[in-house]
Write a new protein. Sequence first.
Length: 476
Amino acid sequence: MSTFSKDFLWGGAVAAHQLEGGWQAGGKGVSLADVMTAGDNETPREITDGIIPGKNYPNHEAIDFYGHYKDDVKLFAELGLKCFRTSIAWTRIFPNGDEDEPNEAGLKFYDDLFDELLKYNIEPVITLSHFEMPYHLVTEYGGWRNRKLIDFFVKFAKVVFKRYQNKVKYWMTFNEINNQTGLNKWGLFTNSGILVQPDEDAEKVMYQAGHYEAVASALAVQIGHQINPKFQIGCMLAMGPTYAATTSPKDAMKAERAMQANYWFGDVQCKGRYPGWLKRYFERKNFDLDITLEDLDVIKAGTVDYIGFSYYASHVIKADDNEPEDYMTPLHNHEVKNPALERSDWGWEIDPVGLRYSMNWFSDRYDLPLFIVENGFGAFDKKDENGQIHDDYRMDYLRRHIEQMKLAVDVDGVDLMGYTPWGFIDLVSAGTGQMDKRYGMIYVDKNDAGEGTLKRGKKDSFAWYHQVIESNGENL
Ligand code: BGP
């Protein structure tokens, strides 16, 4: 008997701004993602004021899924996908974000895309906001610093929930909403459209923006359920468990605090309340945040139906004796390398057991069904003399993670809805803004310099994943 139920959602995951291109097609507005530069391990991504030719490549062009979606979906069907996770580009629906009426051509694009998927019995799984928003909301309103963003987001959510109520059942509100908790510049502007100013306290700004996003998410959950009670609406958290570096209790406490600091969004979205330690922290820091009693009621009434999460790697942390007791640890401070694990070319720790650990952690803490909506191995792929890519390393990574997923379900009794490996078709990397960090089972001919035919091809992992889905995870 198979570990997974017969309706287990085997799929693949992408995000609008990392694959669609067509940045000005069908009345689309400029999104925050369109004006981001590329970067690498040394050079972080930046935003430019508007599109500067040659600088913002390749985000706004990506792999032109906008122009290729029919052929691509056909290929997804051949791969055997039961579901396809993508996001709706907010700027196709409300080009500036603050208009009264939505853009019909944008709505039509997703109607056509969802129809195409459903034609092949591929269930769409939709994220409302995946690291982007209308750029106008950043320049005119300061991004999620501003309470007005709640209304703009809710209006957008309502329009798409209504329009696609009979085509889409599975939704998520904000992608990796917690990846701004590390207070890194990248996390803050991709999630919240915020560039912290020199006179601002980044931590305070993050908590305020995060609160508005949590309220917007909870309102969207309530509205979605009113529109169609069958909707399943989840949160989406970036999961990277933090382990203690040694057996020292101080390291254990430090690791626990890092987890708390990274998953308060989970507490708010799944339990409908702020955790006690964070309320005390707000008081002690005199943040004086704009959090009303009405907001807290909204959060309580808008808890999610399931936990969507990404999992790539784990982390290790060490206590620092010079730190004050109430120091809040952004995850990456005092991080140490795990000597037990190998790393990818980008330094991401490969830790399949960490996935089982994470599934247990979420399940025990929130008692909700889980959906692994991102997992995968970013690598430089090389073609052989026949132009084929033998990506054994990718299959190996995915296989080892699926094995742990099975243990979590079989042995630990975790309720798992589905699994959608990230970037199963090559796309633009969110971290680098470039093409050559590839996750795909489907190759796309385009390189970091923007050259290429955009032709799609099958890597070895294509046939392998097909067989995994066909055997419902038995044949790995
Ligand atoms: C997650 C994002 C994705 C994605 C992925 C891989 O954080 O939700 O958008 O890109 O990570 O990251 P990267 O593209 O930097 O390798």
